[in-house]
Design a protein around this ligand. Sequence first.
Ligand code: FRU
Length: 905
Amino acid sequence: MRTCYIPYFLLIISTCISCGPKEAKNHIQVGFAQAMSSDNWRKEMEKGMQVQSSLYPHVKLEIKNANNNVESQIQQIHDFIDERVDVLIVSPIKSKPVTAAIENALKAGIPTIIIDRKIDGNNYTAYIGANNMDIGKDAAKYILSGIKDFTSVVQITGDIASSPARERQLGFESVLKKSEKVKLVATIHGDWEKPSVTGPLDKLLDSMTPGYIFAHNDRMAMGVWEVLKQHDLQNKVKIVGVDGLYGPNGGIQYVKDKILLATILYPTGGAEAIDLAVKIVNGEFVHKNNTLNTVVIDSVNVDLMQNQFNKLVEQQNDIEGQQQVINEQVKAYQSQNSMIKLMIGLLVLLLALALWSIYSAVKISRSKRKLEIINEKIKTQRNQIKKFAQQLKESNDSKINFFTALSHEFKTPLTLITSSVETIFEQNKALVGQSSFEMNLIINNSKRLIRLINELLDFRKLETDSFTLKPRKSDIKEIMEHVLGDFKLEAVKHSVQLKVKYPKSPCYLWVDTNALDKVFFNVLSNAMKFTPAHGKIEVEIFEEEEKVKICIRDTGIGIPQEDIQNIFNPFVQASNNDRPSSGLGLYIAKQFIELHKGTIAIHTQKGTEFIIVIPKGNKHLQHIKIYPDNIQITEEFENHLKPSEPESILFEPASVQDNFSDLLIIEDNTDLCHLLVKQLKNDYNIYISIGNDAIEKALDIIPDIVICDLNLPETSGFELAKKLKEDLRTSHIPVIVLTAMGDEDSYIKAMNAGADFYITKPFQMDALKQVLKTILYNRERLRYYYANKLDSIASVGFDKDEQDFVKKINAYVLENLNNPEFSVEELAKELHISRVQLYRKVKAILGVSISDYINGVRLEKAQELLQDSSLHISEIAYGVGFSSPGYFSTAFKNKYGITPKRYRN
Ligand code: FRU
């Protein structure tokens, strides 16, 4: 906005600067068409004009020089006419040719002054110049006044086409005619310049010597003198010239130098012409013919004339000097004037800009204030919205968290109910008889509740992006068959025909079987729900080059067209469906399929068709961790636990069985503890901790294996696992995590804490039993390894802490080989653990008691010595730390089945 005013201000300034007092219409433009500027007389004329016009500040003089060229002069006159000069002054080169041009000027309304030379006729405004007839007459009279005897005279004229030459000749000859004492013997026609004279005169002088020569100007007169000099007649022939110029090459000087007898002053009229022009422009009266005075200058008055001219020149110089000063002052005034104008302009601009800046500043500050207020309002609103959103989120989160936590909480009791009822049902089949319908009702509805809870938990995971796909290579037919198994009975019950069409060979896809299981279950239960009796459900699997297509068609009521686009949204159910539904099943199905980079679409006309497409291979799952086929994370599915009669939990085993392994269960759910005790008490000595005393118990018992929940009062399973694994006394104990937290993060956290196995609830009891067995079996193998490779425990793949522990024991034992006093207590002290802990740890790792182990090391050393040394057997016995050779012999025979003596032989 501001910038568009700047040009406007600049315009004002430039106008201010340029709008000083206008000289244009006050000044007088004078154009002078000069015949030539080559001679001093003409220069004197121009100088006179310039000096005089400088006295008129408003007179502007322009001189155009025709260089004695008539065409040029005519053109220049026309140029002045075009310029519309106020006055035109012309000194015509020749009379006739210039006349018409001057008439044109008059026609154009330009007053025209003729100077020095005339034109044909009187068509001009004014003439200024001396009377040339009189000049001719004065010259003749002067010659006549000087002669006594008869004498001859020669005349040298100027250019006869110019009026002065014609008039001077006329005047001269008119006087001479009347006298009998002189005779004009010859007339030479020159062109006003010296060269035009010399040739003809030179010739003439060959034949005669005149008494006088009259030249029409001093320049030609000087030429005459030079020719006379050549003929040595300079003192014999007298010369009279015209012009009488002042200065070194002027006629006055020639008279003084006796070159000329006399010269007739011919004033240039330059100054007078300017006066005349001003008068004409000012409308003052002027004479048409303005005659300038002439005078004869000879030896009598030459000094006087020169003095007068000197004074005149001095005055003229003074005037010029003063004029110079005035000009400089005018220039200074003008530049100062321009400067002041410029400064005023800038001041105005500055003022305007200052005003504009103040105006803008006020405007901006007002807008700023307004914006600040709006901003403040927006901020407040935003903060309020933020606060509301935060409150909403917190309330929502807390609801969902509560809901999720509650769902988790539901899982264990539901599992217990289901499995307990199933067990009762199985064990009392004969008794329940007629109640079997109710039993099935309980079982089926419990299962349904578990499924719904799982659905809600899946939904939550999908919503929070925390669901992790665990893809593995699986036969899709097998998964479908497994799911269909759940529907077969129901189909028969409802008289619905269940048809399948599979490719013959296995149909492998990289899928999360658990997720796909849920997808198929949801779609099939949907089909089952809406297919009436005697209807049909068809499952078809097509294998294509890059993908597998699974179609599930039913002959049910179908889905209204308007519902189709929303049917996969959460909490949505078809408008023709009035059965209770969570509205999550299809949403979860779609999310799971999309996690596999597949698609699920629905077609409905008569009945409904779901088309599921899943890409083959696992390239599209590169961003997801691919699980191997033999993954050891148990999957969730309904359990089939068979708990026996409820009993109080055994926090310590009633009687410790030596051949049983010690199992410490860290779990706060009493029911689950009961179940585990019931199921495992026949194979294990079970110890229970609810978490707070778990470490103390573990250190006390040094169990063979630990089962640990993650969510515990006062502590967490992660922390317990970490503590157990960091302590040398318990680091060898395998820890199985048994938890409802099925997310990837918890799994990784538990593994980092040192857990050996991770099992999610609800779990399969058989699987847990198998895991326990496998772990203990592996331990046994390890023990065997340690027990048989005591000296070379460096193999990779075994627990580093345990290797170090065994190595340490070996080092101490070998160091104290010949020390019969070396005891288990001493060794425990060296290892910074108690005797009992040492005993249990060695037993757990190596499967033997610490004293047996020490003996074993001693006997091995003894075996070596028997082979490689000649030491006596008793020396060897004492050397490896046995208190008597007899005891050594018995121990040796026990271990190797042969006495030392026989062994050596
Ligand atoms: C100068 C001049 C003078 C002479 C006059 C006549 O150009 O030749 O010497 O008197 O012109 O017009």
